[in-house]
Design a protein. Structure first.
Length: 96
């Protein structure tokens, strides 16, 4: 299992545990704005769109922690050089 899949599984489990303490899947899915099937997939670690994921994290009170972690990572990476364009990196040509 790659790291992205592991993260999806961990986030799904986190959301499921917090959600189960407060409400059933139907109520939570309604609040997230998705179907029960999508919520079930999310809780099983199947990737879903980021808006659904972030909304679910916000509803269980975990989004602020993830924003803080992302902010820390961005600040830690501030010293890294930005990508420089090479001479041959002119984009796509139009000869389709």
């Amino acid at each position: 299992m790659n790291q992205a899949n592991e993260l999806s599984v961990l986030l799904g489990e986190l959301i499921k545990r917090h959600r189960a303490q407060r409400m059933d899947q139907q109520d939570f899915a309604t609040r997230v704005g998705c179907s029960i099937k999508t919520l079930s997939r999310l809780e099983q670690g199947v990737p879903v769109n980021t808006e659904t994921l972030f909304t679910a994290l916000a509803l269980v009170g975990q989004l602020d922690d993830f924003i803080e972690l992302a902010d820390q990572k961005v600040r830690a990476a501030a010293h890294l050089p930005e990508r420089k364009r090479g001479a041959g990196d002119k984009g796509l040509d139009n000869d389709f």
